[in-house]
Design a binder for this molecule. Structure first.
Ligand SMILES: NC(=O)c1ccc[n+]([C@@H]2O[C@H](COP(=O)([O-])OP(=O)(O)OC[C@H]3O[C@@H](n4cnc5c(N)ncnc54)[C@H](O)[C@@H]3O)[C@@H](O)[C@H]2O)c1
Length: 272
């Protein structure tokens, strides 16, 4: 696709990305903005989030930063209103913010379990709820749109020491389907899909590798990384842009017949 085709793909669209300050969220913000969309980058990490906005503006894109903790419903209402006020509409919301916890079931602290579910599950519910409110006919934006929820291969299959994370991502998968059916049946003009990345090179996976070593699963982070790569038949882990391009497709009209679907980007991890 040439840069000018790219420019046309999302021009005139605007929306919000949660957890957009770094990793996959930052790449989503940059790719959507490069494809012509106006993006509201949100996160609890203000300095990093503002730096993403700066980079987008320097390359000629349209972006703003808004501080949003996805676990706080009143902050969601404000962030959605702010996006509509800033850009004149709301065509997409990408529920990307997430945290991980690498722990054996028997050692998992209940408070840490709940905190993870607050962000990964409740945060996606709240983001989807407020996106639908604004996008549905009669809502503050009112023109329909696309919601993309970040699940994971962890939402499809289990893996060692990831019970809290996997269960939260499993919820995202089926919640997304339920929301898609509802929006479809009610003719809201809103599509809701989930994406399921395998290992993607971000700050989050560095924490995975360190934790695997702490748990004694591997001697070094290099060994943890080598084993992770080996679990992906394609022979490498993904980059944040690999996910971002899939999200660009899901928020574009090219995917107009796709809703309630799970888009897997995992180098063959779940194909075995
Ligand atoms: N990296 C991977 O291998 C991988 C694989 C599958 C799925 N995912 C999912 O992709 C998403 C992004 O992951 P990443 O690897 O970029 O992680 P990351 O840790 O690099 O970035 C996550 C972002 O979410 C933000 N965040 C955390 N809690 C928040 C809260 N309460 N409110 C608002 N923002 C909050 C963080 O500040 C951070 O900027 C997550 O949902 C993750 O579970 C990642």
């Amino acid at each position: 696709m040439s840069p000018s085709d790219c420019q046309k793909r999302l021009s005139g669209k605007s929306g919000l990305i949660s957890g957009g300050a770094r990793g996959i969220g930052a790449a989503i913000a940059e790719v959507l903005a490069a494809s012509g969309a106006a993006v509201m980058v949100t996160d609890v990490l203000e300095d990093l989030g503002k730096a993403v906005v700066e980079r987008i503006r320097e390359s000629g894109g349209q972006a703003r930063f808004h501080r949003l903790d996805v676990t706080d419903e009143s902050q969601w209402a404000t962030a959605v209103s702010e996006t509509i006020e800033s850009f004149g509409g709301l065509d997409f919301v990408v529920n990307n913010a997430g945290v991980e916890l690498i722990e054996l079931v028997v050692d998992t602290d209940f408070e840490k379990w709940c905190r993870l579910q607050d962000v990964n599950s409740d945060g996606v519910f709240l983001g989807t709820k407020h996106a639908i409110r604004a996008m549905k006919p009669g809502g503050a934006a009112g023109k329909g749109g696309a919601i993309v929820n970040l699940s994971s291969v962890g939402g499809l299959v289990g893996s060692f020491a990831t019970s809290a994370y996997s269960s939260s991502k499993g919820l995202v998968r089926t919640f997304t389907k339920a929301a898609a059916v509802e929006c479809g049946n009610l003719r809201y003009g809103i599509r809701v899909n989930s994406v399921h990345p395998g290992m993607i090179r971000t700050p989050m996976i560095e924490e995975f590798f360190n934790r695997f070593v702490e748990l004694g699963l591997f001697g070094t982070t290099q060994e943890a990384e080598a084993a992770t790569v080996a679990a992906h038949p394609i022979g490498y882990v993904g980059e944040p842009e690999d996910v971002a391009h899939a999200v660009a497709y899901l928020v574009s009209s090219e995917s107009r017949f796709m809703t309630g679907a799970e888009l897997v980007l995992d180098g063959g991890y779940t194909a075995q």
